[in-house]
Write a protein that binds this ligand. Sequence first.
Ligand code: BDP
Length: 686
Amino acid sequence: ENGYDCWLGYKQIEDEVRREDALRVSSRYAIIGESPLLRTAGKELAVALSAMLGHVELGHLSERQEGKQGGIVVAGVYGSSPVFEPLAEVYDFAGLGEEGYIIHSSEEGGRIYLCAASDKGVLYAVFHFIRLLQTGQRLEGLRIREVPRNGLRMINHWDNMDGSVERGYAGGSIFYKDGRFIEDKSRIRDYARLLASTAINAVSINNVNVHRQESKLITDEFLPDVAVVAGIFREYGIRLYLSVNYASTIEIGGMATADPLDAEVAAWWKQAAADIYRYIPDFGGFVVKADSEFRPGPFTYGRNHADGANMLADAIAPFGGDVIWRCFVYNCLQDWRDRKTDRARAAYDHFMPLDGEFRDNVMLQIKNGPMDFQVREPVSPLFGGMTKTNQLLELQIAQEYTGQQRHLCYLIPQWKEVYDFDTHACGERSTVGEIASGRLFGRERGGIAAVSNIGDDLNWCGHVLAQANWYGYARLAWNPDLSAEQIASEWIRMTFGLDEDLERVILDMLLGSYSIYESYTAPLGVGWMVNPNHHYGPNVDGYEYSKWGTYHYADRVGMGVDRTVHTGTGYVGQYHAPVAESYESLADCPDELLLFFHHVPYLHVLQSGKTVIQHIYDTHFEGAEQAAELLAKWDSLASKVDSGRFKHVRERLAHQAEHACEWRDMINTYFYRKSGIADEQDRLIY
Ligand code: BDP
C-alpha cells in the first residue's frame, strides 16, 4: 500500500457476521433521480458496497413487493419519490438546507433511506453511510440527521503554476506544471472525491501570492482550463475559487492604476467577472491577499481595505460570487527595537475600524492567531471584535511551523481550542465557532478555510499520518463539536481497518503528538525560533533581529513579549473582558501563553509551580523522549500495518526523534548560556 487511497480504500469487511449483517440491509441500492451529483453518489455507493460486501446489485423499489431477498439502500431527494414521504413524520426537512441529510433505516429493517433536500445532501449522505460501514457501526435503527454547522468549508491551495507549492511538504502541485495546467486530470478527480467524502464544498486552486502567470488565470488564456477543473469539482459538489492579484488592472490589464475608487478600474473588474462567469457559471469568487508581504493593495492609493474589497464585491455580486478578503495584513519591515510596532496588533488595527463597511458578499478571512500558524498562539481578537462583518476562520493544515509533515503533529486538538475559544463578545458562549459560522451575529455567510497540505506525492501529504489533519479539518468544519478523539478513531478505522490494538496505538500517537511537538519547540507561547525563510528546524534567534518582527526579547535576565496595556504594546486591549484581564495579569495568564503576553525573568514561577527556565529544560527533555516513544509505539505495529505504509511512517518518525533532539539541545543550550541557571536535575546541557 502506498497511501494513495487515503480513507477511501474500501476493503472487504473481514468479520463474517458483520458482513452478513451488512449484506442483509444493503446488498442492493437504488438512486432515485438523475443528475451529475446523483451519478457521483451512485457510482460511489456501487464501488463501496461491492468492495466491502463483495457483492452488490442495482435494485428497484418494486422488488421488495415481488419478494426479492435482501434489503435495499434508497438514495434521493425528498419529494422526488413517494418512498420518502413517511420520513416527514419523523424528521423536520425544512431545516436541512442545501447540504443537510437524513439516514434512516425502516422499522422492518428492509430499507435504508439516504435522503436530503438537494442532490448535494444525497451525496453527503452516501459518504456518511459508507463511513458507517467502514467504521463498523451497526446499521439497524439508524436515525441520523445531519446539518453542517458552517456554510463555507473551504480548502485554499497555495499552488503556483510553475508546479511548486508554497509551503508545500508533499511534492508539487496536482494542478499545474511548467506554467500550464497538467493535461491529465485524473488526480484532480481523485482529489475532488476525497474532498467530497468529507463534505468540503469550496476550493481555491492557486496561491494567495499571485504572480504574473497566475494573474492570467482570469483571462481567456486560462479560463478554458479553469473551467475544466471547475467542472470536475462541480461533479463532487465543490465550488471553485481563484486567488486574484489585487493589481490585475496593472499586471494584466495594461492600466496605470489599481485604485479601487477609479471608475475604469471598477469597470475592468466587472468585465473580468463577466468573462469568468461565461466559462464557469457557478464560479465561487475571489480570494485576495492585499497589502501584505509585498503584495499590492489599496493602501498604495490611500484607500482602505473596505474600498478594495467592496469594489471587487460589486463586480462579482451580479453573478452570485463572493470576495474572500484576507486579514493577514501587517508591516513585514518592523524594527525589533520599537516594541510599539507589534505585529500581533496589526490585523485588528487595520480591520476593526472598518467593521460594518463591507458588502454582504465579502467575507474577511482571519488566521486563527494574530501571528502566523505557530504551534501556540492566542486566538485572533478580531473574532468577536468585529460584529457587523462576515468572518471566516483560516487554519493551516499544511504544517509549516509544526514539523512540515516530517514530524507527526495531529492538529485537531489545537483547532478544537480555537473553535471553542470564548471571546465573550456577547457574554459567555461567544465562541469563535459561533462567530465564524455567522450564527452569533446573525450573518448569512461564514465558515472555515484552511491551507491545504496535499501535493503530488503518492500519499498526498508526505506523511501518511498527516492525512488525519486533512480529514479532521474537514470533519470539524462540518461539525466542530466532534472530539479530536472521535475524528482520529474514525480516520484510523477508515485508513487502516478495524483492529482494536492498532487503533489504540495510533490513537495514542495522534492525540499526544501536538503537545509533544509543542514541548520540544518554542516554549510558553513565544513562538517562532525556526530557521528563517523555510521555517524548518530550530533557530532561536532566527527572527530576533529581523525586520519580519517576531521577537522573544531574551536577554540574560528573562524573556517574552510584554503585550499588556499597562506596560507593553497594548495588544491585550484588543480582547473583551474577562479575557483581557486574564491575559493582562501575570498571575492569571495561562502558562502556555505566558511569554506571548509577558516579559518575565527566567526564575518567574509559573502556575505549574516550576520556574520558566526549569519548564524549558523539562519540557525539552521530555518532549524529545516522547518523540522517541512515538517511534517505539509505531514499531509495535510492524505486523499490523502493510509494509509500504509501515516503512514510510517509520522513516518519518525516526527523523522526528532525531530532530527533536536537535531542537532540545539548541533551545536548552541557548537558554542555559543566556541565563547561567543550571538544570535542577543536572541533565546534560552543552
Ligand atoms: C505565511 C507563509 C507565507 C504565506 C503567508 C500568507 O510563510 O508563505 O504567503 O503566510 O498567509 O505563513 O499569506
